[in-house]
Design a protein around this ligand. Structure first.
Ligand SMILES: [Zn+2]
Ligand SMILES: [Zn+2]
Length: 422
């Protein structure tokens, strides 16, 4: 069975690396994926055929508009942009026409708001494929995920005659901030899936190794809190105002004081506070961007509920109006034993990777996809594919070892062969 070569995988990775796009603005990326996949012979679902717009989380209209403008400037076919209809990401479907299980693989496609290093020791810079989109960078490795996804796509086409069933390659937007998975779930494309596999590169696991069953995924909810008060003259009529800034400040300190939970880990962070209009005006509006996390759904729910009741209570105390919006969410992870055994076997015996045990310690919205597949009786796994990194994820000097791309393709295709090979 033929594999794409490492050079082609690096070429794809570098192409994506040069055009990083933040979640929900990945229009050039999506157009590149669709065109490449259709050229290979895939049926590709886009826009509302792929995502349920009603379930979208944390989509910033300005990011979307900028992304569309960037795609237009980059010469993306207007018909393709119209087809994407403002909704990034896509799903490539391979139907062998032979009865058999359905497999879904997920690759995330967005970047991070990091300004890429221009240090000569930073390989993407010294090799001339650094970000061309200032302020944004593929600093998490999702460029590598897409390259692996296209490598798997190429392998599937070359080997389709020896496969049965169907394979869905999901290229998911907006993983950062855990925003993109819910509309994929609600789009329904996972509902007939028997096996689901997804992975992240790096995450502390070096090249040549794999963490098949990472532990300690945190459930998380990302929230925006909005307080609306009444503006007034700060000298003449302060008693006529309702101070949203002061309310928001009290809210922050109360949020940080939510009691820990005796049954598991919790986290809370208020990342931003924007408030007020001018020095001599009673501030009439405030916005908090915060997140809570918990060991399991019950503990995350506890954190979310406590945070919401603080927001409501503060609003009442200060005579403000309170609104909240869920901007992102992820759950914990429970990989299925059948797939743990399969990925372990393929990675160790076929690809030659060493198995390693490790914790994840963060959150990942692939967990929502895993959960949906498992709820419908399918089996699912999320694993960490070793890739030596030059700096931490989300740092300006982040880069990963491109030699890890081919083993990534081989782990996925080895599993596909085992599951639906004739
Ligand atoms: Zn990331
Ligand atoms: Zn990531």
């Amino acid at each position: 069975m033929s594999y794409p070569n490492s050079e082609q995988l690096s070429k794809w990775r570098r192409q994506f690396h040069q055009m990083p796009e933040i979640g929900w603005s990945e229009f050039v990326t999506t157009a590149t994926l669709i065109t490449t996949l259709r050229d290979m012979g895939y049926q590709v679902l886009t826009g509302k055929e792929f995502l349920n717009p009603a379930a979208i989380l944390g989509r910033d209209r300005q990011d979307v508009d900028k992304g569309v403008a960037r795609a237009q400037a980059a010469g993306v076919d207007p018909n393709l942009l119209a087809e994407i209809a403002g909704l990034t990401g896509c799903l490539a479907l391979l139907d062998t026409g032979v009865e058999g299980p359905t497999i879904a693989l997920r690759f995330d496609i967005d970047c991070v708001a990091v300004n890429e290093s221009r240090d000569s020791r930073h390989l993407p810079f010294s090799q001339g494929f650094a970000s061309l989109n200032p302020g944004y960078m593929h600093a998490c490795g999702h460029d590598g995920h897409m390259a692996i996804g296209l490598g798997v796509a190429q392998w599937l086409i070359a080997n389709r005659a020896s496969l049965r069933g169907r394979v869905k390659l999901i290229f998911q937007p907006a993983e950062e901030g855990v925003r993109g998975a819910r509309p994929v779930v609600e789009g329904g494309s996972l509902d007939d899936v028997d096996y689901f596999l997804s992975a992240h590169l790096g995450m502390g696991c070096p090249s040549g190794e794999i963490v098949v069953n990472p532990q300690d995924f945190l459930c998380t909810t990302k929230l925006d809190f909005r307080f609306d008060g009444i503006s007034a003259h700060a000298g003449v009529n302060p008693q006529g105002g309702a101070n949203a800034l002061v309310g928001a400040c009290h809210c922050v300190s109360q949020l940080m004081g939510i009691p820990r939970h005796g049954e598991g880990m919790t986290r809370i962070n208020v990342g931003t506070l924007q408030a007020g209009e001018g020095r001599n005006v009673i501030p009439s509006s405030a916005l908090l961007q915060l997140e809570v996390r918990g060991d399991c759904q019950q503990i995350n729910q506890y954190m979310t509920q406590r945070a919401l009741s603080i927001g409501e209570g503060i609003a009442q105390g200060f005579g403000l109006r309170f609104e909240h919006e869920v901007m992102g969410e992820a759950v914990d992870l429970h990989n299925d034993m059948q797939l743990i055994e399969l990925v372990s076997h393929i990675a160790r015996d076929n690809v030659g990777l060493s198995l390693r045990e490790d914790s994840f310690g963060g959150s990942e919205d692939a967990t929502l996809l895993v959960k949906r597949v498992q709820e419908r009786g399918g089996k699912a796994i999320y694993f960490v594919l070793g890739a030596t990194i030059s700096a931490g994820h989300h740092e300006a000097n982040f880069d990963f070892d491109e030699a890890s791309l081919l083993p990534g393709v081989q782990v996925f295709t080895g599993c596909i062969s085992a599951l639906i090979g004739c």
